[in-house]
Write a protein that binds this ligand. Structure first.
Ligand code: CP
Ligand code: NVA
Length: 307
């Protein structure tokens, strides 16, 4: 059974090729209006204990376009929110649906759902990782740059779930990645070591630094994310102070390649992690990136359900 929980562990080099090819194929079919009911009659339960626009809509629409259906289950409405265990939830859902997508706080809860259940589990974001986003990101980079291998990404700001998954994704795809964060907010060693493991195979270069300009120098892709992730709202004022030198603005874009693209998983906070002129400017590909969640997620669903 194929889960999609941890990009480093669950996406092999062959899987990555398959997922990108499938996403490109399904995107073309969608644009051409060609029916592709590969998951006819299949059902996906989507558990959300955090907010979402893109992840919810893309998985729900994706299942529909693939001929199946998705159920949106907010923790305000399902019994998990009242203390029903992951064990019981996993067993109950395994008897009724074909797969589960979950967005929640603790990464271990997602793993538990997979371990206790009998159906594929997809990680729609945890405090530690955001593996579905990075597949859409690789697809977007490939579309804009033609290839992935040998390109350089610079990630600026919080060493959060996005940064951890981008380390996994870039190393797997053979892209160099430089992550610039304040020392106390850098990515946990685990993710750097896992990325280095794949980098040995693909030849990508992993650099962790505190200097945003060093990271951005010569980059083909500049990436940032909110400084205050879901669950950290009480720290917002303090975080704005801590990350202020990591803002992506025209000065920072100026040290990247001339044809560098700007990426952000969204939601974005203009004037904080990125200035308006950059995110709404000609180098920004954030809405292509958001649309590609749909196409990438359809590839993930097909891979989990059919392979
Ligand atoms: N990028 C992303 O995961 O967006 P949502 O929080 O809207 O799902
Ligand atoms: N790091 C952000 C990503 C949102 C898609 C968060 O966890 O809130």
């Amino acid at each position: 059974m194929k889960h999609y929980i941890d990009f480093h562990r669950d996406v092999s080099f062959e899987d990555l090729d398959y997922l990108l090819d499938t996403a490109i194929d399904l995107k073309a079919k969608t644009k051409a209006g060609i029916e592709h009911h590969l998951l006819k009659g299949k059902t996906l339960a989507m558990i959300f204990t955090k907010s979402s626009t893109r992840t919810r809509v893309s998985f729900e629409v994706g299942m529909y376009q693939l001929g199946g259906m998705a159920l949106f289950l907010s923790n305000n409405d399902i019994q998990i929110g009242r203390g029903e265990t992951i064990y019981d939830t996993a067993n109950v859902l395994s008897g009724m649906v074909d797969g589960i997508m979950i967005r929640t706080f603790k990464h271990q809860d997602v793993q538990d759902l997979a371990d206790y259940g009998r159906i594929p589990v997809i990680n729609g974001l945890t405090d530690d990782q955001h593996p579905t986003q990075v597949l859409a990101d690789l697809l977007t980079i490939k579309e804009h740059k033609g290839a992935l291998k040998g390109l350089k990404m610079a990630y600026l700001g919080d060493g959060n779930n996005m940064a951890n998954s981008l380390l996994h994704a870039c190393a797997k795809a053979g892209m160099d990645i430089s992550v610039a964060s304040p020392k106390a907010y850098t990515c946990p060693d685990k993710y750097v070591l896992e990325a280095q493991e794949d980098a040995k195979v693909t030849g990508s270069k992993i650099v962790m630094t505190e200097d945003p300009f060093e990271a951005a120098e010569g980059a083909d892709v500049i990436y940032t994310d909110t400084w205050t992730s879901m669950g950290q709202e009480a720290e917002k004022a303090q975080r704005v102070e801590i990350f202020k030198n990591y803002q992506v603005n025209s000065k920072l874009m100026g040290v990247a390649q001339k044809d560098a693209i700007f990426m952000h998983c969204l939601p974005a906070y203009r004037g904080y992690e990125v200035t308006e002129d950059v995110i709404d400017g000609p180098q920004s590909v954030v809405f292509d990136e958001a649309e590609n969640r749909l196409h990438a997620h359809k590839a993930i669903l097909v891979n989990c359900f059919l392979n």
